[in-house]
Ligand binder design. Structure first.
Ligand SMILES: Cc1cc2nc3c(=O)[nH]c(=O)nc-3n(C[C@H](O)[C@H](O)[C@H](O)COP(=O)(O)OP(=O)(O)OC[C@H]3O[C@@H](n4cnc5c(N)ncnc54)[C@H](O)[C@@H]3O)c2cc1C
Length: 337
């Protein structure tokens, strides 16, 4: 039986993995006064992380359509933490639209989610003038936000350093070589110790055009995947994301057609856009697709963030910190082994 005290108190903290999960852990522990070292095998561009490929939507209301209530609970808490720590995060909401043939699915989405107002065509074009005349109505989730992963990860890393933490990039580390409190945030690479983890492929495309302007993510109801267009600034848009039970990192022609088709369905001017990038990442997921904080004798593992890493990472970091500081256990998310 492990001694809880092994992982408690003011000891130095080593965190493995500087993706969204590890970065938030490092930030909250550094701000709480721990000596923090964050180890990352990638360079500062973080191309080896799943987080590099993400949409960055902070959308607990929309995700309620397909998720367990715990995702909402942690997600709402995370929204507050994002607001508190990154007050410039765009919290200008998100939109859900559908074409006539997907009307039934649109109504179903509206029924299964809360936190939205129904906009008519005029209300939609007031919010997003580029969408004038495109849809009969829309659902507006005013309290949702979004971050740009490739900008917010470096921001998080800078904040960790500002709070006194150290980050070691290009450093492939083994937990056995570390002392003090170790927090394992290796994502899918943690399968050596958590073999039930699997990768769920998400494909994305970045396009560029100055013909369309959007201020917030727009989801298009689709019978198979939640497809969306996210404005990235500099006339760029991310189209995401498929969800496929596969662990290769290619982008199939079929997925590309569906993603590009979704953009075209949101606005035909996207047909003239320039394709900037195709890519995909593997979402780390447990069989129940729920996040898990596993406390064992000598380390804490935070994993299984699946399709909600950006949404959940702040709340999971707060839970881990609560355990280390006060022994608090969240029975829905934490397991002691
Ligand atoms: C296309 C796509 C779109 C998505 N959209 C969203 C979205 O809109 N909103 C949302 O909330 N989530 C989204 N997600 C999900 C989100 O990206 C993941 O949940 C999240 O990135 C998982 O983060 P992580 O930190 O657990 O793993 P990772 O980001 O993979 O980080 C793990 C890190 O550990 C490092 N590492 C591994 N082993 C070692 C070692 N031994 N030593 C040092 N470093 C090591 C790796 O290099 C990696 O950087 C999306 C995912 C995809 C693929």
């Amino acid at each position: 039986m492990y001694q809880k005290s092994d992982l408690r108190g003011d000891s130095p903290v080593s965190i493995i993995g500087a993706g969204i999960a590890g970065a938030w852990q490092a930030l909250l522990f550094a701000e709480a006064g721990h000596a923090v070292t964050l180890y990352e095998r990638s360079d500062a561009d973080m191309t080896l992380s799943t987080s590099h490929w993400a949409g960055g939507m902070l959308a607990p209301y929309c995700e309620a359509e397909t998720s367990e209530p715990v995702i909402g609970r942690l997600g709402f808490r995370s929204l507050n933490l994002w607001r508190e720590h990154f007050p410039k995060t765009p919290f200008n909401g998100s939109l859900v639209v559908a074409h006539a043939r997907d009307r039934a699915d649109f109504e179903r989405f509206a029924k299964l989610t809360t936190g939205h107002a129904r906009l008519d065509a005029r209300g939609l074009s007031d919010l997003e003038p580029s969408l004038e005349g495109r849809f009969r109505d829309a659902l507006f989730y005013a309290d949702e936000g979004h971050v740009e992963p490739r900008k917010v990860l470096p921001e998080l890393h800078a904040r960790i350093k500002a709070a006194g933490g150290t980050i070691k990039f290009d450093c492939d580390i083994d937990a056995e070589d570390l002392e003090g409190i170790v927090i394992d945030c290796r994502g899918l690479s943690a399968r050596d110790e958590q073999p039930e983890l699997r990768g769920v492929k998400g494909e994305m495309i970045v396009i560029e055009t100055n013909e369309v302007e959007l201020s917030r993510p727009v989801r298009l109801i689709h019978p198979r995947w939640p497809l969306y267009v996210i404005p990235r600034g500099d006339n760029k848009f991310m189209l995401g994301a498929t969800s496929i039970e596969a662990e290769d990192t290619g982008v199939s022609v079929r997925s590309a057609l569906e993603l590009l088709g979704a953009a075209y369905a949101v606005h035909p001017a996207f047909a003239e856009a320039r394709i900037v990038e195709f890519g995909s990442g593997l979402r780390p997921a447990f069989p129940d697709n729920l996040p898990r904080i596993t406390v064992s004798k000598n380390k804490i593992a935070v994993n299984g963030l699946y399709r909600h890493g950006f949404l959940l990472a702040p709340a999971l970091a707060e839970l881990t910190l609560g355990y280390v500081r006060r022994g608090a256990l969240d029975n829905e998310v934490m397991r002691c082994v």
